[in-house]
Design a protein around this ligand. Structure first.
Ligand code: CP
Length: 309
């Protein structure tokens, strides 16, 4: 049994090879049969889910994944009700929870917080999102969804649209795509362009994105469009957010004019995608959210080196 990440942490996509990502995706495919009936390979194991920021999909799909594997979870969904409110440091909170669980998932507003947790703790730490920096397990399920829907990732033209400055999902996804043979197009309001450090990093890895200011033109060229929410909570000044809050909207007519590319979105959406498109065959964002369960089951199994994988 290969043990790709056994005992390791999963805090960034940057240090993962294409082969490792594909291995987890293959394992996720094998987990599909357990996503409704469950298995008992994680029986007796506990996962801590420490969410210092709001989440629906990441927290609940990790909990579902652990429970479908036969394990259990403890945790919190905000710092309210924890001793952080009494002034306890993040480090002390982490060291304490480590006494109770076998593996930890954390979402925290501070960039680098997951790395800090990984350095501090001996148990595997999974990054469920640290500020605008990383969301590596979202990337796993995004890649899995693309592969399931389009057959393969290589050869595809992918447009990332929306908030490319503050979105951690597009940051992690674009890094992962450097391992594949893809064309990458970026479309965003000028204020929300992808940061230069990431553009440089992508270029160093051999992926030179094309930046296009016209949404429709950028979608015309795409096999798939990955849309993102404008990340209101990351703006230092809410007046700056208001200037771009309604910067773009994808509706049925636009998709049809663009030959109906596959449309992904990490969710939650606000008003950038018209609900009128939800029933179209090429809009797969709820299936994408569902893919979080087998993918996270595969990752947990791998990190805990569970049998019956
Ligand atoms: N995609 C995602 O991270 O969703 P949540 O914020 O609901 O977890």
């Amino acid at each position: 049994m290969p043990d790709t990440f056994a005992g390791q942490d999963f805090t960034t996509i940057r240090d993962k090879s294409r082969e490792e990502l594909e291995y987890i995706m293959d394992e996720a495919r094998g987990m599909e049969k357990y996503t409704k009936v469950g298995t008992d390979s994680a029986s007796g194991r506990l996962m801590g889910t420490l969410f210092f920021e709001p989440s629906t999909r990441t927290r609940l799909s990790f909990q579902a994944a652990m429970k479908r594997l036969g394990g259990d979870t403890i945790g919190f969904s905000s710092k309210e009700g924890t001793s952080v409110k009494k002034g306890e440091t993040l480090a002390d909170t982490l060291r304490t929870v480590e006494q109770y669980v076998d593996i930890l998932v954390m979402r925290h507003p501070s960039e680098g917080s997951a790395k800090l947790a990984a350095e501090l703790l001996d148990i595997p730490v999974i990054n469920g999102g640290d500020g605008s920096a990383n969301h590596p397990t979202q990337t796993l399920l995004d890649l899995y969804t693309i592969r399931e829907e389009l057959g393969e990732i290589d050869g595809k033209t992918i447009t990332l649209a929306g908030d490319l400055r503050y979105s951690r999902t597009t940051r992690s996804l674009s890094r992962a795509l450097t391992g594949f043979d893809v064309e990458l197009i970026l479309n965003s309001p000028e204020q929300l362009r992808m940061k230069d450090d990431l553009l440089l990093e992508l270029e160093e890895e051999g992926l030179k994105p094309e930046e296009m200011s016209d949404l429709e033109a950028s979608m015309q060229k795409a096999d798939l469009v990955y849309a993102t929410r404008i990340q209101k909570e990351r703006f230092p000044d809410v007046s700056e957010y208001r200037k771009v809050a309604n910067a773009y909207r994808i509706d049925r007519e636009l998709l049809e004019r663009c030959n109906n590319p596959l449309l992904l979105h990490p969710l939650p959406r606000v008003n950038e995608i018209d609900p009128d498109v939800d029933e179209l065959d090429n809009t797969v964002f709820f299936d994408q959210a569902g893919n979080g369960v087998p993918v996270r089951m595969a990752l947990i199994s791998n990190l805990l080196n569970l049998s019956d994988r």
